[in-house]
Ligand binder design. Sequence first.
Ligand code: GLA
Length: 395
Amino acid sequence: MPVCMTACLFVPAFEASAHETLGLDAPKPEIAMTPPMGWNSWNKFACNIDEVKIRGAADAMASSGMKDAGYQYVVIDDCWQKDRAADGAIQADPERFPSGIKALADYVHSKGLKFGLYSDIGVKTCGGRPGSRGYEFQDARTWASWGVDYVKVDWCYTGSSEASSSYTIMAKALRASGRDIVFSICEWGDNKPEEWAAGLGHLWRTSGDIRDSWDKDEGYSHSFLWILDHNAGLWANSGPNHWNDPDMLEVGNGGMTDVEYRSHFSLWAMLAAPLIAGNDLSNMDKATLDILTNKDVIAVDQDKLGQQARRVAQNGDTEVWVRPLTGGDRAVVLFNRGADAKTVSVDWDALQLPTGLKASVKDLWSKSVQKGVKGSYSAEVAPHGVVMVRITPTV
Ligand code: GLA
């Protein structure tokens, strides 16, 4: 154990193995008290990105109504990096990002939005670009100097590294960077992140990647239904400034119907998931925009109590999910996985409300309101659809 005198203030970027000595002496910034909202390039564009596309996404976010609905972060995922300079500084791909990352961050900020980037805690990113291993402090300082507000850090090429100590180094580096940066841990749920990630990051992935499919899984890529089921039991781990991340949205990418995308968006809001759109914002139809900007559903996602929903009933193809909200309201999703329309009900018991209590029930998609509802609520739910309501006790 080194004796820490003044020299310890100047820990070189390469001493990754000294993680035991890197206490998290600065607190985690409170910058994700509700789940982060934004856009990320990966689900639509994968490695086929450049500064024109990222600027286009920022323009569209600002002008389409998404910014007004609460979306903030414009995040470049993998493949923006090219190599490192002789002094170790990470370099953007000069062909795809000729103006440099700082100029792009400035542009995003000029739209009143925030800017995010991707890296990896191993030696390479999943796309084979330079990772941050051994460069954590240098990278964090570089990102801070560029004006980065959000960083997603992946788990490829990590060999036999231990997950919590690897991410501890990055947490420390970010906190020492001089800028408040949302830390999105992308470790795929492999090493029980619920036991260590909350103290380090603001959100952590709970599984491998989402794919744009209702129910077709493919190896490491999981369908909407698989990820939903995987997250159902994780509700106790999530809360303000430390969120379960069931992965980014596929709404608008074409692999599901609009009914299915409404289910995906509604249930992500019930899971208190980060709402990170993953479609082409510059080229989306009205149905997609209407889903992504449903303010009532977003208000559930962003509810300050920060409690993830629980699945309180399962009956064949139908389910009931309940999320307690600030002030005693309940968000409820009646969900139908089946191929035929079904009537689904929820009793006040399941909401932990007295049976005799009257409530007003607002359908968050049709916007219709029923007043004086007592004891239970039922609705017909379309195949693969949801009815999502907000229940407000009225005494
Ligand atoms: C991993 C992550 C994805 C994406 C890609 C980029 O698969 O889980 O979300 O960032 O890497 O290569």
